[in-house]
Design a protein around this ligand. Structure first.
Ligand code: Q46
Ligand code: ZN
Length: 299
């Protein structure tokens, strides 16, 4: 690990990952030892490694898999890998199947939505965030955790910085506090490089989906990741420094200046009760568009 000037054998590497994860949980006050945790799993190396690490560290953690119905066998295979992972460790996995519960896959939903223009990622992201929050609230969980790693966070940060996004920059954080209607969210792998989480999965023998979602090809996050990798090759530690310096600046109040960080007033959705700044939340408007009957949705 050139960025840390550190080389470790297998046993010490696995210990190091556990130590670094615990350290991030404490440093950013993500959750306590007795928290009831829901981890959102996709079948990929990051989320399954995170579930494994939290379990190894002795946390109480259940899994949530959202079956999106992505073609080319991607969703079927990823659900199976999550189910195998949970079964091998006797852990609880909740599955929400969009087609069964809402009558349509995420691709069908996005084709009907103004929001996506044939690129499902925007609708997909919104649907996943909504359902994670809903599942965590109804299951009585204290926090939802996701497997976002440093490469993900640095790429999003680069995109938000290029646009100087006044809405998104102040909200990018390793932990989002719970607020009325929103459960707490945390990213315990936010300081681990993608190759570090991949190495953990391989060394632990975790069977994960190696294919990328077919819709991820050509998206700007992948492009920003490639740019950051080039920078990292020339200057090891650049990604970590970019992200950490941003967090330091944010904590020092940088984004409170000039009106950044002002959030719109939220009320509650008239259909489902989740927070929104319009009469009906984006998820309920989407479901109405997809012609699913109100009875099946509010069930
Ligand atoms: S699953 Fe969904 Fe991702 Fe596939 S459709 Fe896009 S957002 S790329 S993380
Ligand atoms: Zn709603």
């Amino acid at each position: 690990m050139r960025q840390h000037k550190l080389a470790l054998c297998k046993d010490h590497y696995l210990e190091w990952i556990l130590f670094q994860t615990e350290r991030a949980i404490k440093k950013y006050r993500m959750f306590g030892r007795d928290a009831h945790i829901l981890v959102a799993v996709s079948g990929g190396k990051d989320s399954l490694s995170l579930w494994d690490v939290l379990w190894q560290l002795g946390y109480s953690v259940d899994g949530l898999y959202i079956q999106l119905g992505i073609e080319e066998g991607y969703s079927i295979k990823s659900e199976q890998l999550c189910a195998n992972f949970a079964e091998n460790r006797q852990l609880n996995l909740q599955v929400i199947d969009l087609a069964k519960e809402f009558g349509e896959t995420v691709i069908g939903m996005s084709q009907r939505s103004q929001r996506s223009k044939n690129k499902p990622c925007s609708v997909c992201g919104m649907v996943k965030r909504y359902l994670m929050n809903k599942a965590a609230l109804s299951g009585g969980y204290d926090v939802v955790v996701t497997g976002h790693n440093l490469d993900d966070e640095a790429a999003v940060l680069l995109g938000n910085t290029i646009h100087w996004s006044q809405d998104l920059l102040p909200r990018q954080s390793p932990v989002l506090e719970d607020t009325e209607g929103f459960v707490r969210k945390a990213k315990p792998f936010c300081r681990l490089y993608e190759r570090e989480t991949a190495a953990y999965a391989i060394l632990m023998g975790i069977d994960y989906i190696h294919d990328e979602c077919p819709y991820s090809l050509g998206n700007s996050t992948l492009f920003y990741k490639e740019m950051l990798n080039k920078l990292e090759d020339e200057k090891p530690g650049s990604k970590l420094n970019f992200y950490q310096s941003f967090l330091n600046a944010r904590d020092a109040g940088f984004f409170q200046m000039g009106g950044m960080g002002i959030s719109p007033e939220l009320s509650t959705c008239k259909n489902c009760g989740q927070p929104t700044n319009t009469t009906y939340c984006a998820f309920c408007r989407l479901i109405e568009q997809t012609l699913v009957t109100k009875e099946s949705f509010t069930r």
